[in-house]
Design a protein around this ligand. Structure first.
Ligand code: AMP
Length: 290
């Protein structure tokens, strides 16, 4: 059985990071909530390519779950995660207890207004304050040179890039592309909630987004393309579509026309599971004229 060193308190974490730095190694952080899959491991590959010492964090952050969400039933299997991390060349696992991250008296909240209210923020009140606060906290605890996040959670990535720039945090943010199953469904720890029948239907979600992205790139009307995607997702058997939107990649401002590179963001519900995805949409070069 492969072993990976695990620390749960900040003093031990800092000692390990300091020892790596003393050897001249750069430090990378990959924050996760565990239940690891190939998407997480692809972020570790990116971290390893940029730093000689790779820290993964495993923390199911209660602050980013709204009341009634799946905090209690979120999949947890630290032994399995540790084996996967060891195999992926991770040097250190930081797996703090809730009380270590939020000790008695903790009051601070980091918010990024303007990027946090729509889309996931509308469906999950307080979610992004929880994410922004814990990521800021992890940066303070680990003090990495580089931190790696997935494009899978595009709004989260935009918020983390913004807060890192706004607060002059001395960390370079890198992003990894979304890893998918062969039928196109984005890997997610929450896919484990899907029944076999729901899993079969779920592939219609990325397919509808691919079709919308192709229609948009071909110059079709934005409103009509988004509405067609929503209809296709519903028709496939999803119970609800929370949003399908075309936005500017950094500000997340909705776009009425594809006149620049954009991001297609979407969330939909099937049974008790909420799936999230996004795609890059680039106007066909001929469309821009010039
Ligand atoms: P989570 O454990 O769900 O909080 O995710 C930890 C990190 O993995 C985040 O930066 C996610 O965006 C990223 N991630 C989740 N799913 C994928 C995926 N399918 N491909 C690439 N990165 C992912």
């Amino acid at each position: 059985m492969s072993a990976i060193q695990t620390v749960r308190d900040v003093a031990s974490l800092r000692a390990q990071v300091a020892a790596a730095r003393a050897e001249g190694r750069q430090v990378a952080l990959v924050p996760t909530m565990g239940a690891l899959h190939a998407g997480h491991l692809s972020l570790l590959d990116i971290a390893r390519a940029h730093a000689g010492f790779v820290v993964a964090s495993l923390f199911v952050n209660p602050a980013q779950f709204a009341p009634g969400e799946d905090f209690a039933r979120y999949p947890r299997d630290e032994a399995r995660d540790r084996a996967l991390l060891a195999g992926a060349g991770c040097d250190l696992l930081f797996a703090p207890e809730v009380e270590t991250v939020y000790p008695p008296g903790f009051r601070t909240s980091v918010t990024v207004p303007g990027l946090s209210e729509a889309f996931e923020g509308a469906a999950r009140p307080g979610h992004f304050a929880g994410v922004a606060t814990v990521v800021t906290k992890l940066f303070g605890m680990v003090q990495p040179d580089v931190a790696v996040f997935g494009e899978k959670d595009w709004q989260q990535l935009a918020i983390i890039r913004r807060l890192t720039a706004d607060l002059d945090l001395p960390v370079t943010i890198l992003a990894g592309p979304t890893r998918r199953d062969p039928d196109g469904l984005a890997l997610s720890s929450r896919n484990a909630y899907l029944s076999p029948a729901e899993r079969a239907v779920a592939a219609a979600f990325p397919r509808a987004l691919q079709e919308a992205a192709a229609a948009l790139a071909a110059g079709r009307d934005v409103g009509a393309s988004l509405a067609a995607a929503e209809r296709a997702i519903r028709a496939a058997g999803f119970d609800a579509v929370d949003y399908v939107a075309l936005v500017a990649p950094d500000t997340l401002a909705p776009l009425a026309a594809l006149d620049r590179p954009a991001r297609l963001l979407a969330a939909a519900r099937i049974g008790a599971t909420r799936l999230l995805d996004n795609l890059e949409v680039v106007p066909a070069t001929g469309e821009l004229g010039g």
